[in-house]
Design a protein around this ligand. Structure first.
Ligand code: ADP
Ligand code: MN
Ligand code: MN
Ligand code: MN
Ligand code: MN
Length: 361
């Protein structure tokens, strides 16, 4: 269990040799979504010049599957590297098969197409992505989970909490906020969540595919940081059975019309469209066709209802209109269905096709 993970080494070594040695080269970490559509992988390459745009970074490849096939890595978004710092970069990549067709889990391609098509409508779709996560301790339990008793059902004891016996792992959560902002991710905030070791951060509001790029890179940073802290991070929507331990990935969504005065009527007009595609949508809410999410969406304790229902202020509804939005008469809606391990490319794509393009997906 207690293997020689990164966190067990003396960190002055990192300071001396990684941050302390100026090198006249650039290290670029190619970050990509693994073949399971859930894990994140990365590999490093040296460049001679500082890239400022993903197109400055050469395409690359990796070996996938058994029997082994080559996959191509196409850089699509570039970030500052908070670990190597200086001129070093992280690049998020799309994965292509060896004939340059999108690999099976490359859902960014379709998402980009939907966002491009939506441009002509001038809908300017914005997304605010809430990412809940669980910190897992070295014995594979949620960090801070009490041993002699089951915690109370998720809720007020831990949510937004401060203090010993209430929050666990804040150093990781804080380091993550800082590294995200350094990297250039449009993060909007975060909070302690509803059970021990559970936290949340939010990305956005950000237009189009960039919201999802940022979320994937923010997930990478969390996994990468977890090596430093000697804990693991899980995005599974239900790591504990029963009325506790649900992790969601709410997607807050708006169009230009929804954000303008009187936009509430456009928000309400989206509800029957969302109801129409509800069954297909539920299958897109996790990497296993909705199976992971099944145990989460109970329609109580602030989990989305699996039977389509929308409501103002209602956190047990499938889709919520926040109270502030109802008061302002404009703003956004919150889709509470996606599980924490959702692929934001799939979900934002489906929302744009449903609400803006009025297409099936
Ligand atoms: P909750 O009360 O559901 O926990 P959060 O504060 O965690 O809400 O998340 C709300 C998210 O909605 C934030 O990421 C915020 O940036 C995003 N948001 C705010 N305005 C808009 C908008 N007009 N369109 C889309 N997302 C928005
Ligand atoms: Mn090799
Ligand atoms: Mn939230
Ligand atoms: Mn939350
Ligand atoms: Mn929410």
């Amino acid at each position: 269990m207690e293997g020689p993970c990164s966190y067990r080494f003396n960190k002055s070594v990192h300071s001396s040799y990684v941050l302390g040695l100026p090198i006249p080269k650039v290290l670029v970490e190619y970050v990509y979504i693994a073949e399971d559509g859930y894990n994140i992988h990365s590999k490093c390459r040296k460049l001679n010049q500082v890239p400022t745009d993903p197109s400055d970074v050469p395409t690359w490849s990796f070996a996938a599957n058994f029997p082994v096939e080559d996959r191509f890595l196409k850089p699509v978004a570039i970030y500052n590297d908070p670990f190597r710092q200086g001129n070093h970069k992280l690049v998020l990549c799309e994965v292509y098969a060896n004939d340059w067709t999108p690999a099976p889990r490359n859902f960014r391609k379709s998402c980009t197409d939907a966002m491009k098509t939506a441009e002509v409508t001038e809908a300017a779709p914005w997304f605010g992505l809430e990412q809940e996560y669980s910190i897992i301790d070295p014995s594979n339990r949620p960090l801070g989970w009490p041993s002699p008793f089951m915690p109370q059902p998720s809720g007020p004891m831990h949510h937004d909490a401060v203090g010993m016996h209430k929050t666990f792992g804040r150093d990781l959560y804080e380091a993550h906020l800082f590294t995200c902002i350094y990297a250039g991710i449009n993060i909007s905030g975060g909070n302690a969540e509803a059970f021990p070791g559970q936290w949340e951060f939010q990305v956005g509001p950000t237009e189009g595919v960039q919201a999802s790029d940022d979320l994937w890179m923010a997930r990478y940073l969390l996994h990468r940081l977890s090596e430093e802290f000697g804990v693991a991070v899980s995005f599974h929507p239900k790591i504990i059975p029963g009325d506790v331990g649900a992790c969601g990935g709410h997607v807050n969504f708006s169009t230009k019309q929804m954000r303008e005065d009187g936009g509430i009527q456009h928000i309400k007009a989206a509800m029957p469209l969302l109801a129409r595609t509800h069954d297909q949508f539920l299958r897109l809410c996790d990497p296993h066709g909705g199976a992971d999410n099944e145990a989460r969406i109970k329609g109580f304790f602030c989990t989305a209802s699996k039977h389509f229902k929308w409501g103002i202020e209602d956190r047990d509804a499938t889709v919520r209109i926040p109270r502030q939005v109802a008061e302002d008469g404009k703003g956004f809606l919150e889709d509470r269905r996606p599980a924490a391990n959702f692929d934001p490319y799939i979900v934002t794509d489906a929302l744009v096709r449903t609400i803006v393009l009025r297409q099936d997906f």
